[in-house]
Ligand binder design. Structure first.
Ligand SMILES: Nc1ncnc2c1ncn2[C@@H]1O[C@H](COP(=O)(O)OP(=O)(O)OP(=O)(O)O)[C@@H](O)[C@H]1O
Length: 643
């Protein structure tokens, strides 16, 4: 499929064929395909119960971010509702007496006090409205920030294994929408409450005038409310169904313009292929959306017909009551006014209620993510013992299987690393070296067996205290859009400040990089994001090594720390390793086997098992995996040199 695209003389976007639609490539984020399953919490009964709960949740969230403003908002809202009810009562009273009065002057005379009360109530309500709006606008961004904060606090405190749980990334992305939507919640809630107040006060007036009209009013209201619930449900279900495809669209938009891939996108002539994926995912979204829109239109039409019918019955009943003399013209006129107010309130409930329901779905997604993340929190399965700088880190009969994987990645691992030692871990790609590194510093906990720090299993230690004693140079190290200094200190300066930064930079060769920067350590390294200087990969790697050194950790784990470095920089790091190991244990992963000569011991892993351990001298002479791999590298070097 891909070759047919790129082999064309004039590259064009590929047509999506039925076979292509089934392919795994097109369904990047669709391992299980589309799901028509409706989440449990979206049944209609649950949705009906949701609105009052959402109102409570929204006020509770607002209360949490700013009690004073929320109290003021609630007070103003209550006062405004009461004034609105008062206005309605006064108006209906005035209307009744105006219609019933015999002459023009007496009408005006009777209506005057009511008009004065109404004008005053309207003025105060207008003032309250301004206060309500101002408080709501102040609370909105704070509520959004609070939801975002909860998400980040929970998401960054989960065990690493959580990332491997199927659906984790999806649920995080979905929760992210909750952050976007949180700012709408208070405005929608406040409008819903205000509409409800209007409906209730109008209903009370209607009920007082002629109680029989009340059930008829309810009859007109029910279809509208039920319809809006069903319509919102259809929209949300469509959103859930298209979520993964929308994520593909977002990722493609990001990947296709990101600078990191820009060169390959061009030289690999990838654009037609990727645009094809973009279009295919977009069309899948369109199909589901179109279906939902039609369904929504049908539901709305049915609701409108039912509600129109019920309203007709209501107006006909009113006419009949008037016609048969059961109610006076004054009561009928007032009832018309009250019913119109009631319908206004009902419209508000339907509109703002739908909006709040939608917002609530996304807030619930965020809440579900936070609850799930809290269940998987780091502290949940670990102890609280604070470790000292360890003398000895030991793996005893360790097996490790990634969540969701059928097979274990590491089996029966036993080895020890002591303070002052440099241990090299080698092996072919995928043999389990990085996995082992993560176990050593407690990023993952073993499935069976134990990793102990001075005899205490990592499960019993306080994770943060362990990590304060670790420094790590991962294969994919972070390139923080910060200054050079912050990239080394990570916001955790040592007591001797920049002296420590310069020492670490010198050991890794980052000092040469810093010397070329226009503002030295103060130079911002965020060229692609918001300005500053762009570094090369090797220059970044020097900073990453300096960062690990600066932490003054008891365990330093380096996974291919010199993969991007030139020979001089690599030499500097390896000759400095011994000095670095003076007061710490260093575990080093490298594919360059001659570099392991610096290590006190080499651990050789094959398919998740340790197959050899020993010194460089011993392993280069005894038969085994290490010597085989080492020999291949030697042959290549010497072969190239002698040819
Ligand atoms: N998050 C994960 N979930 C499931 N399996 C994983 C995960 N990470 C790694 N693996 C699997 O574990 C095995 C070991 O991976 P690991 O990254 O530890 O290998 P490695 O020896 O460091 O490889 P390399 O030399 O290529 O860096 C691989 O088969 C890989 O597919």
């Amino acid at each position: 499929m891909t070759t047919t695209v790129t082999e064309q003389e004039e590259p064009q976007e590929p047509e999506e064929t039925p076979a292509a639609a089934q392919s795994e490539v097109l369904r990047w984020a669709h391992p299980g395909g589309d799901s028509d399953e409706i989440p449990e919490h979206i049944n209609l009964g649950a949705m009906r119960r949701r609105l009052p709960r959402l109102v409570r949740t929204s006020f509770a969230l607002a209360w949490q971010v700013d009690r004073r403003r929320t109290a003021l908002l609630m007070f103003c809202q209550l006062a405004s509702g009461l004034l609105s009810a008062l206005g309605l009562f006064v108006t209906t009273k005035a209307l009744q007496s105006v219609i019933a009065a015999a002459s023009q002057p007496s009408r005006l005379h009777q209506a005057l006090p009511s008009v004065i009360v109404l004008a005053a109530a309207a003025g105060v309500r207008a003032l309250l409205g301004i206060v309500i709006q101002a408080q709501s606008q102040r609370l909105s961004p704070r509520m959004q920030r609070e939801v975002g904060h909860r998400l980040l606090a929970a998401g960054t405190r989960t065990e690493m294994a959580t990332y491997d749980r199927p659906g984790f990334a999806d649920s995080y992305d979905q929760a992210e929408r909750g952050v976007d939507q949180a700012q709408m919640a208070i405005g929608q809630t406040q409008n819903l409450v205000s509409s409800t107040a209007t409906l209730v006060s109008a209903a009370v007036v209607v009920g007082t005038l002629y109680p029989l009209l009340l059930p008829l009013l309810a009859l007109a209201a029910v279809p509208q409310i039920a319809t809006s619930l069903r319509a919102e449900r259809v929209t949300y279900v469509a959103n859930v169904a298209t979520f993964r495809d929308r994520r593909v669209l977002y990722l493609l938009r990001w990947y296709m313009v990101a600078k990191d891939q820009a060169d390959q996108i061009r030289t690999d002539t990838l654009v037609p292929f990727l645009l094809g994926q973009y279009r295919a995912a977009g069309e899948r979204v369109d199909r589901t959306t179109d279906k939902a829109v039609s369904q929504r239109a049908r539901i709305t039409l049915t609701g409108a017909l039912a509600s129109g019918g019920a309203s007709a019955v209501l107006w006909a009943a009113l006419w009949l009551l008037l016609d048969t003399g059961r109610i006076s013209t004054a009561v009928a006129g007032t009832a018309v006014f009250a019913l119109r107010s009631a319908f206004g309130g009902l419209q508000g409930i339907v509109g703002f209620g739908s909006d709040l329901l939608r917002t609530g779905f996304y807030l619930d997604d965020a809440e579900r993510f936070v609850e799930q993340a809290q269940r998987e929190q780091i502290g949940a399965v670990r102890g609280t013992i604070k470790p000292e700088r360890p003398h000895c880190i030991e793996l005893k009969d360790v097996t490790f299987r990634y969540p969701g994987s059928e097979k274990a990645t590491l089996h029966g691992i036993n080895f020890t690393v002591r303070r002052g030692e440099v241990v090299a871990v080698v092996g072919e790609n995928g043999s389990g070296k990085t996995t082992l590194m993560k176990l050593l510093c407690g990023l993952n906990l073993p499935t069976t067996g134990n990793v102990t720090w001075d005899g205490t299993p990592l499960q019993e230690l306080d994770a943060d205290a362990v990590w304060r004693l670790c420094s790590i140079v991962p294969q994919e190290f972070a390139r923080w859009p910060l200054t050079a200094r912050d990239n080394i200190t990570l916001g955790q300066p040592r007591p001797d400040g920049d002296d420590a930064v310069h020492r670490a930079a010198e050991a890794s060769g980052a000092d040469d990089v810093i010397a070329t920067l226009r503002s030295g350590l103060d130079t911002l390294l965020a060229r692609e994001m918001w300005g500053g200087v762009a570094l090369s990969s090797g220059q970044w790697q020097r900073l990453a090594v300096a960062r690990a050194d600066h932490r003054d950790a008891a365990l330093m784990v380096m996974d291919e720390p010199t993969s991007d470095l030139d020979a001089r920089a690599e030499h500097r790091i390896f000759t400095g390793l011994r000095a670095l190991a003076a007061d710490r244990a260093i575990v080093l992963v490298t594919h360059n086997l001659t570099n392991t000569a610096v290590a006190d011991r080499i651990v050789c892993i094959e398919r998740g098992r340790i197959v050899q351990q020993g010194t460089y001298r011993a392993l280069t002479t005894e038969p085994g995996l290490f010597r085989d791999l080492w020999q291949l590298q030697q042959d290549r070097h010497f072969g190239a040199a002698s040819s």
